[in-house]
Ligand binder design. Structure first.
Ligand SMILES: CC(=O)SCCNC(=O)CCNC(=O)[C@H](O)C(C)(C)COP(=O)(O)OP(=O)(O)OC[C@H]1O[C@@H](n2cnc3c(N)ncnc32)[C@H](O)[C@@H]1OP(=O)(O)O
Ligand SMILES: N[C@@H](CCO)C(=O)O
Length: 302
């Protein structure tokens, strides 16, 4: 799917180097099909890294996609330049009267904070409520997934004894569900979080369906029964090196952190980690965009 992104977005050049199909605004407007409009609420501190990771995935299916990046108005990010935000991001005030075919709410390194202590929590609740009427399908990642489970379904997160960091094996509960079509019966995915949610609470919630889980990482893919909300508690979008970069960052900060599990070859952090989840990442995003966005979204919103 060619992605239609702002002419000078830094990720654009990197995507072209990776031969990801990037389309200029000019070409995009000459095609007589309606592109999908996808909104990305990027809560991650290293925003450009997350932009590249998500655009790579949105660009890998046959549909044309317009991407709009959203940042929070009620919290000023420290780890991205104001120029970058001013150039490539908007805030909810400027999109709330629009309709979008898809919304991605990313993770954020704030799972130690109670949801109510997150500075932009009220703004995020407003966006999540708005998405119920103005967005066809919402994909929530990691902390974003925990925030959705809490706000929409009343399932709170709980602290883990240590950071869950590594690549873990997962199994499917129902291979016939469209979102995981083509998945292996056993597949790997990265996780990086200090909190988790209860599998039992999810299974007991009539409005939710647990689609994939892991003995080590717990609930992984959760789908709302109305198929509008998808919660992914791990980081399928991560590059091979991302867990290692977080590990190094936390070591530098003096945080008592263990090496990511099942990650560095022979547990040797000097060795380059392999990406053993990339195929399932592309499958998940393609299945989401096709079955839950493109096939469901109205051509014209009434
Ligand atoms: C055992 C431990 O202490 S683990 C400590 C590190 N913890 C993690 O990385 C995961 C949990 N995160 C946290 O507990 C909190 O984010 C913090 C405040 C402790 C992390 O703070 P720091 O590591 O000093 O980093 P920093 O203050 O830059 O926050 C990192 C990001 O967290 C987010 N963040 C931090 N505090 C808040 C807040 N109150 N509301 C909303 N977002 C917040 C921001 O996205 C921020 O990056 P940004 O400003 O570029 O957007
Ligand atoms: N857990 C990630 C943030 C998003 O989950 C980190 O350690 O930075």
């Amino acid at each position: 799917m060619p992605i239609n992104i702002p002419e000078h977005l830094p990720a654009g050049e990197l995507l072209k180097e990776e031969k990801i199909f990037v389309m200029s605004e000019g070409r995009a407007t000459s095609q007589d099909i309606r592109p999908l409009n996808i909104l990305i609420l990027n809560l991650m501190p290293e925003k450009e890294k997350t932009e590249l990771q998500l655009l790579r995935l949105l660009g890998n299916t046959p549909l044309q996609v317009n991407v709009t990046f959203l940042n929070t108005a009620t919290y000023e990010s420290k780890n991205v330049s104001k120029n970058h935000l001013d150039s490539f991001y908007t805030t909810f005030e400027y999109v709330k009267n629009r309709r979008f075919d898809g919304l991605i709410i990313t993770g954020a390194p704030i799972e130690h904070l109670a949801f109510e202590d997150v500075q932009y929590w009220d703004e995020l609740k407003e966006i999540m409520d708005w998405s119920k009427s103005n967005v066809t399908s919402v994909l929530h990642i990691c902390w974003g997934a925990q925030a959705a489970l809490y706000h929409h379904f009343g399932i709170d997160k709980h602290d883990l004894s240590k950071k869950l960091s590594g690549v873990f094996r997962h199994t499917l509960t129902d291979p016939t569900v469209k979102l995981t079509r083509g998945f292996n019966d056993i597949f790997e995915a990265p996780h990086s979080r200090y909190t988790s949610v209860s599998i039992e609470e999810i299974e007991q919630n009539a409005d939710l369906q647990l689609l994939a889980l892991s003995e080590d990482a717990g609930a992984f893919i959760v789908l709302s029964k109305d198929e509008k909300h998808i919660m992914i508690t791990g980081h399928l979008e991560y590059d091979a090196c991302t867990l290692g970069e977080e590990y190094e960052r936390d070591l530098q900060k003096g945080i008592d952190i263990e090496m990511p599990e099942n990650y560095f070859p022979n547990n040797d952090p000097t060795k380059r980690p392999l990406n053993t989840w990339r195929s399932h990442t592309h499958l998940l995003f393609s299945n989401w965009l096709n079955y839950y966005v493109y096939q469901e979204t109205p051509y014209e919103w009434e």
